[in-house]
Design a protein around this ligand. Structure first.
Ligand code: SF4
Length: 303
């Protein structure tokens, strides 16, 4: 295993690839990454690195976003089948129809395909969704695809947030975490703070001490005296937190596994580097339109 990780790092260096990996990759993959982060953090890092070759380890919509924001760079992924059912649940037609019906702006979660982003007005991440919706000058906002994040945003902003596609828009990893599992961990670790991702159901948000994105979770232990944290998101996020705060205890939800993220393996990563494939390509017309809501998000963030 150690040899394989060393071999991957050596070949990446020889061929000039920078390895970007999402926080939900397993520990071995986190170990070989040059940069680890959430999808937007990684897309931003990609714009700053000098290398024009990127090996991306996450799922397809994230790789697409990196390519859209870095059209001059070569982006490769180890397996094309690493996709996201939630991103795929929001189809372009649903956005067009909803906008027509409600005459309201559409805020699209970055966890969506480029073909859908083309029709949205603003993008958002789980870290800035509340701020973006607050700043939009409309009391009614269409929001997709995650219904749980939509509910969280509605509660925090007091605006009418209509989830599109509705009941079928959710991340199975977060949505199916059971309240009983969190409560039994709370019983086992009575002093632990419960930190949840806003993609979890509202009943889990209600029993959490803090709700925030993975990038916000990284900052949370700094502002609190707690030593133990129950981390209610994809289980491998704790691996990253352990690296940042080796003196704290992070307890994962063992049932929260994103099978799509886990399609990246050391074996197929090695093969991706040896063969310099699979290259991520986004149609130029789609990229030109899909970048608009992302740019609108950046503009709103600066206001
Ligand atoms: S954790 Fe959920 S939202 Fe993220 S890639 Fe997996 S299925 Fe999609």
């Amino acid at each position: 295993m150690v040899d394989l990780k060393e071999k991957i790092k050596r070949i990446a260096k020889e061929k000039g690839y920078v390895i970007l990996a999402h926080n939900y990759q397993n520990k071995d993959i986190q170990d070989i990454a040059d940069y680890l982060g959430d999808s937007l953090q990684l897309a931003k890092i990609a714009t700053k690195i000098e290398s024009d070759k990127i090996l991306f380890l996450g799922v397809d919509f994230m790789a697409e976003a990196i390519k859209i924001l870095n059209s001059n760079k070569k982006v490769i992924v180890p397996i094309k089948a690493a996709t996201c059912p939630m991103a795929n649940s929001l189809e372009p037609e649903m956005i067009i129809e909803a906008k027509e019906k409600y005459k309201a702006p559409f805020v699209i979660y970055v966890n969506s395909t480029a073909s859908s982003k083309m029709y949205a007005d603003y993008a958002c991440t789980s870290a800035n969704a509340v701020e973006i919706v607050k700043k939009i000058k409309s009391e009614i906002v269409l929001f997709g695809p995650d219904k749980n994040l939509a509910e969280f945003v509605a509660e925090k902003t007091g605006k009418k947030v209509i989830p599109i596609p509705g009941d079928t828009g959710y991340c199975y990893v977060h949505n199916y975490i059971r309240k009983e599992e969190v409560l039994s961990l709370k019983e086992k670790y009575p002093n632990a703070k419960v930190i949840s991702h806003p993609e979890v159901s509202s009943e889990i948000q209600a029993i959490s001490d803090y709700v925030g994105s993975t990038s916000q979770m990284e900052k949370f232990p700094n502002i609190d005296e707690g030593l133990e944290y129950i981390i209610v998101t994809e289980k491998d996020m704790v691996e990253k937190l352990k690296k940042i705060y080796p003196d704290r205890t992070f307890i994962p939800i063992s049932s929260a596994v994103c099978n799509n993220m886990k399609k990246n393996t050391l074996k197929n990563i090695l093969s991706a580097l040896e063969n310099e494939q699979f290259e991520v390509l986004v149609d130029e017309e789609i990229a030109k339109k899909a970048i608009v809501p992302i740019e609108n998000m950046f503009k709103l963030m600066e206001e």
